[in-house]
Design a protein around this ligand. Structure first.
Ligand code: FDA
Length: 374
């Protein structure tokens, strides 16, 4: 038997929050992490004085004051506001769809003119009667043909690796449309980027002397021993892998990141630019220094191109594909998990759910409450 009360598998935001809270309650915690660094997908690393988001752009946003206050314990946040720009074959448009976008597209000046234009396009689209049959019909029924063609179609098809006419309508339930000149992507009350990057948050969470961390250790190399030795295991890896894929594989979308250091101060003038045409193979280009208002080396910048990819076993599983088939399969895995009373499954992979950072902290704090108020 071990001296630890908990084994936490995965040092992402879920595992780190749980570890921090358990140690605060006097529990001894061992964290194992298969990557060679902590912090999971929120990991940032400094290069040329610039915090590089190693696993894609991460912007913290929430309307939950408790979560916002909670995360402030571990970092000071700047006032970054996410205002991505779309590049469609060299034409630039503000996102989310708002009066700036509509003015650039059609020259309309008032909200009434913009609404009339969208309504006119919806009516002219000749959509089939009843419920939209696929993503294309759904998007056009919400926003009309021009925005669909230039700003949604190519991007979405690249993201999912499928034609919009083969994708289910439910992927786009609502579209953020604003009839104001407001380029702020999120509607949340609080938003920002931790000054000095995200990794410090997890470092501080894991700094308690009751917590030991080992990186480069894969749970599956010693699964049986771990389950025997530790009184309680918090597992934030893939739930289907935990059960050796015995009911079949859950589907994910993967990503491939290509990062380049350039000898210029400012490459694209914005942190996030989406490439919305079908031909450009990447979906987004991130220029990291703009998350911190140009901080870092004045003669250098770091950009990352994000390429969507099909997931195969062994690849990084970035996004769960939450269609009915996968959700049903996940429910079956969750039933199997009930026969593992020692193990708490958490986080985006353990619960097979897309979680934003504030949601994963909330989920971890809920799990902590249930764990310690039993
Ligand atoms: P996470 O994946 O971070 O951590 C799990 C850890 O477990 C990993 O470090 C993994 O290596 C480890 N692990 C897995 N299996 C293991 C094993 N067998 N043994 C040992 N270790 C194992 N959110 C947001 O709020 N704003 C944003 O802008 C974005 N942007 C964004 C971009 C992209 C491209 C993605 C994919 C995601 C986002 N997110 C986001 C979501 C955010 O990344 C997410 O909420 C958290 O990282 C989830 O934390 P978890 O701890 O659940 O998983």
């Amino acid at each position: 038997m071990t001296e630890y009360d908990y084994l936490i598998v995965g040092s992402g935001l879920f595992g780190a929050t749980f570890a921090y809270e358990a140690a605060k309650r006097g529990k001894r915690v061992k964290v194992i992490e298969k990557r060679d660094h902590i912090a999971g997908n929120i990991y940032t690393k400094e290069q040329d004085g610039i915090q590089v988001h190693q696993y894609g752009a991460h912007i913290f946003h929430t309307s939950d004051k408790d979560i916002w206050d909670y995360v402030q314990q571990f970092a000071e946040f700047n006032r970054y506001t996410n205002s991505p720009v779309a590049n469609y074959k060299g034409e630039l448009y503000n996102l989310p769809f708002n009066m700036n976008t509509f003015n650039k597209l059609w020259g309309v000046v008032t909200p009434a003119e913009a609404k009339a234009k969208i309504d006119e396009q919806k009516a002219a689209a000749n959509l089939s009667a009843g419920e939209p049959k696929n993503l294309e019909e759904q998007a056009i029924s919400l926003i009309g043909t021009d925005i669909y063609t230039k700003l949604i179609k190519g991007y979405t098809e690249k993201q999912w690796g499928q034609k919009a006419t083969d994708l289910p309508a439910f992927i786009i339930r609502r579209l953020p449309v604003r009839y104001t000149f407001d380029n702020n992507y999120f509607n949340d009350t609080y938003q920002g980027i931790p000054i000095g990057g995200y990794t410090q948050i997890v470092e501080k969470m894991l700094a308690n002397e009751l917590i030991d961390v080992e990186t480069g250790v894969d749970f599956f190399d010693h699964k049986d021993e771990y389950l025997l030795d530790y009184p309680r295991v918090v597992f934030t890896g893939m739930i289907d892998q935990f059960f050796d894929y015995q009911l079949g594989e859950l589907q994910y979308r993967s990503l491939h990141f290509e990062t380049e250091e350039m000898d210029v101060d400012n490459y694209q003038g914005n942190a996030v630019i989406n490439y919305t045409d079908a031909e450009t193979p990447y979906t987004r280009v991130i220029e990291h220094k703009h998350f911190e208002f140009g901080k870092g080396d004045k003669n250098k910048t770091i950009v990352t191109r994000e390429y969507p990819a099909t997931w195969h076993r062994g690849d990084e599983p970035y996004y769960p594909v939450n269609n009915k088939t996968n959700n049903d399969l996940y429910t079956q895995y969750r039933d199997l998990a009930k026969n593992q009373p020692k193990v708490l499954f958490g986080g985006r992979l353990g619960m097979y759910r897309y979680y934003d950072m504030h949601q994963v902290i909330h989920a971890a704090l809920t799990a902590v409450n249930q764990e310690f108020n039993k």
